[in-house]
Design a binder for this molecule. Structure first.
Ligand SMILES: [Zn+2]
Length: 501
């Protein structure tokens, strides 16, 4: 048996003004057939697992591209063509394969291709019409008919935060293996829930939803159940939450199960979607708390969802209120980082921080700061994987306000990002992290209280502030009942000139 495998991952926020270029892959993660020689990260864990499983059975393994970029706007056409072309040419050079397993994101948009993963899978299918093609996707994906018609098997992560890349990769391998033995004939059914949302699976109603998916998979004939949460900050044709069910040669069961599960999920829309306080309310709540530290998530500026990562809305308010003993990060500001690095530890500088990318960043903030520490080559854990941090600088302002600035756009996943730099979070009253959910579990270990704030920015959880021209505007929450054509539409304008600070 011959196995061919590759990974390509970026999540495209189509509202972002920053294109995703080859430099975005080069600075984050780009390997040409050697990813399994590194330690695994979220999107390469699957490659490690598939190689181990295949080689244990004596299969021949061809490892192709592993390319990951921090989410931003649509990928430059030539960059996408080069990455896609590398996978296809490696596949041609390998003279095809019996089994092709890909770890893709599922929400990658290029300037000239809206459904990159569907496009790649269709091309792979035309090169290898008889191969078994399986794909593992991030659950923040847009499931499309092009993906379904090209791939035999699609499995998405079930957990958000994503700590189940390895078990999903294992399931995909197992299903592909059963296909090679002709034990199963997978067929898929999909249901469009017509809703935009963010669903944390670690507590409450979503824990039950995940349990129900596993229970369905234990039923006769059902091979796999995926809930594609969707990536809401994308004005694309296939945006929104979808259910995918794979059965053993029973199309009617697949379609019926997907529809039943999807309709039941839509009916739980209020229970699975939390409401988040705005910035003022969040800070008011944090200030009334006597426990410390309080962790406040600056959700609107999560670069992991394509926001700039240099927004200053929270910092400006922290300074205006004169809050003390605060740690906050990461501010993506390569210019400030360069100045601080050149000046070195102990330097006292007047700096103009953040607010550079566009209106979603807010205005720059002028600060007087001491450069306490500069470090390169550090990482932070996301589950088992270690994610890069770039070069970081610790800036200390008055009142014990400590900021982390870096030159690699990335969200905060783990307290170790602060602690490794020397910032003791236990001494702080407030810790501000630019993230949505991925920080959640590791930070729960250092705090009794997390406040997720609907801050302004390019990844605001208030979708009604974005202007969807496509079918996103026909989904809940824009439409009360999207299955009713007479649904009551809300206004949906993203007023970039006047962010709701
Ligand atoms: Zn995701």
């Amino acid at each position: 048996m011959k196995l061919f495998m590759a990974t390509l991952s970026t999540e495209t926020n189509t509202f972002s003004p920053m294109p995703t270029a080859m430099s975005g892959f080069e600075e984050f993660y780009l390997r040409h057939g050697t990813a399994t020689q590194d330690s695994p990260n979220l999107m390469t864990e699957a490659l490690h697992l598939w190689r181990r499983r295949a080689e244990a059975m004596g299969w021949e393994v061809t490892e192709s591209l592993a390319a990951i970029a921090e989410p931003a706007g649509p990928t430059i056409a030539s960059t996408y063509d080069a990455l896609r072309g590398e996978i296809l040419s490696d596949l041609e050079q390998a003279s095809g394969a019996d089994v092709i397993l890909l770890q893709l994101h599922g929400a990658m948009v290029a300037q000239h291709v809206e459904d990159c993963e569907g496009d790649i899978l269709q091309a792979v299918r035309s090169l290898c019409p008889d191969a078994i093609i399986g794909v593992s996707l991030d659950l923040h994906c847009h499931l499309t008919e092009d993906m379904l018609s090209a791939a035999d098997l699609i499995v998405t992560f079930k957990e958000y935060p994503h700590d189940d890349a390895a078990p999903r990769a294992r399931e995909l391998f197992d299903l592909a293996l059963r296909m090679t033995r002709e034990e199963i004939r997978p067929v898929s059914g999909m249901f469009d829930c017509r809703m935009l949302g963010l669903y944390l699976t670690k507590e409450g109603e979503m824990q039950e939803v995940v349990r129900e998916m596993h229970a369905l998979e234990a039923q006769p004939g059902i091979l796999s159940v995926s809930l594609a949460h969707g990536f809401p900050w994308a004005d694309v044709a296939d945006v929104g939450t979808r259910v995918l069910v794979i059965t053993d040669n029973d199309a009617e069961l697949a379609a019926r199960t997907a529809e039943n599960f999807g309709k039941a999920f839509f009916a739980r829309r209020d229970a699975v979607n939390a409401s988040y306080p705005d910035l003022d309310t969040a800070l008011d709540r944090a200030m009334t708390s006597t426990d410390g530290p309080i962790v406040l998530a600056d959700m609107g500026d999560n670069s992991g969802a394509g926001a700039p990562g240099d927004a200053t809305f929270v910092l400006r308010e922290v300074l205006k209120r004169g809050l003390s003993d605060v740690a906050a990060g990461f501010y993506w500001d390569p210019v400030v980082l360069r100045i601080c690095k050149d000046a070195g530890r102990g330097a006292r500088l007047s700096l103009r921080l953040g607010g550079k990318v566009g209106p979603d960043s807010g205005d720059p903030v002028d600060i007087d700061a001491e450069v306490v520490h500069v470090a390169s080559g550090l990482g932070q854990h996301l589950g088992e994987g270690l994610e890069p941090l770039g070069t970081m600088v610790w800036l200390r302002l008055a009142n014990g306000v400590d900021l982390l600035v870096n030159d690699l756009r990335t969200q905060v996943y783990h307290p170790e990002a602060f602690e490794q730099m020397g910032i003791r979070l236990a001494t702080k009253k407030l810790v501000v992290v630019k993230s949505t959910f991925h920080f959640y579990a590791p930070f729960r270990a250092i705090t009794t209280r997390v406040i997720q704030a609907a801050t302004p920015g390019g990844a605001s959880p208030d979708f009604t502030t974005f202007r969807y021209l496509g079918p996103g505007s026909e989904c809940w929450p824009f439409v009360d009942d999207p299955f009713d054509t007479a649904g009551n539409k809300l206004s949906n304008t993203h007023d970039l000139d006047q962010p709701a600070v």
